[in-house]
Write a protein of this length. Structure first.
Length: 185
C-alpha cells in the first residue's frame, strides 16, 4: 500500500488520490479552493479573539456567504471582494461569526471603514441598489435571529456603546443588547 489511496472526493465526487488517515479528505483542486476559506476564516477568527470577541466562523459558513451573493459584492455585484465585519471589530462588539460577515467590494469596504453601517448605507445610496441593501439587512437580521427593526436597533446600540479591549466582557453583544433593553423597560 502506497502513500496515496484512490478514493472519491466528497466535494466534487471525482476519483482522486488522497492520503489515507490525514485531515485532508478532499482532492487537490477542491482543497486548493476550500483551503482559502479555511485560511481566511482562521485569520479573521484569530483577529476577533485577540480583541476578546467571538471568533467562531467556520470555513463552510464563509463559503456559504460567498456563494449566497453569486460570488460577488452583496451591494454592487462587483467581484473585487474583501471580507467585511458588518459591525466592525473596533466597536468591541460583534466579532467574527456567520451573522456578522459579508463580502463587499474593496472600495466600498474602505469607504465604510469603522462607520455605523446603517448611517453609511443611508449616506451612500447612489452606490448600490436599495433591493440589494434590503436583502443584505434581511439576511443578517435572520442570521442573528432578529427582525430587521431589531437588527438595526442592535447594530446602532453596538456603535453607541463601544467597548475597549480591556473592558470587553466575554458574552455576546447580542446578549448585552437584550439585557440593555430589559433594563430600560
Amino acid at each position: 500500500m502506497g502513500l496515496f489511496e484512490k478514493t472519491c472526493c466528497p466535494v466534487c465526487k471525482n476519483e482522486a488520490l488522497i492520503i489515507p488517515r490525514s485531515n485532508r479528505k478532499k482532492c487537490s483542486q477542491c482543497w486548493a479552493y476550500f483551503g482559502d476559506f479555511v485560511s481566511k476564516s482562521y485569520q479573521h477568527n484569530k483577529r476577533a479573539n485577540l480583541l476578546g470577541l467571538p471568533g467562531t466562523l467556520k470555513a463552510e459558513e464563509l463559503e456559504l456567504q460567498f456563494h449566497k451573493y453569486e460570488k460577488s459584492c452583496a451591494l454592487t455585484g462587483s467581484t473585487n471582494l474583501v471580507i467585511d465585519h458588518f459591525i466592525c471589530l473596533d466597536t468591541g462588539h460583534g466579532g467574527t461569526y456567520f451573522g456578522n460577515i459579508v463580502f463587499l467590494d474593496r472600495s466600498l469596504h474602505e469607504r465604510k471603514g469603522n462607520k455605523n453601517p446603517f448611517d453609511w448605507l443611508r449616506d451612500n445610496t447612489e452606490r448600490y441598489s436599495l433591493d440589494k441593501v434590503f436583502r443584505l439587512i434581511n439576511d443578517l437580521a435572520t442570521q442573528n435571529g432578529l427582525s430587521i427593526s431589531e437588527y438595526e436597533q442592535f447594530v446602532r446600540w453596538c456603535y453607541e456603546n463601544p467597548q475597549r479591549k480591556k473592558k470587553i466582557m466575554h458574552c455576546s453583544s447580542l446578549e448585552k443588547w437584550r439585557e440593555s433593553i430589559l433594563t430600560v423597560v
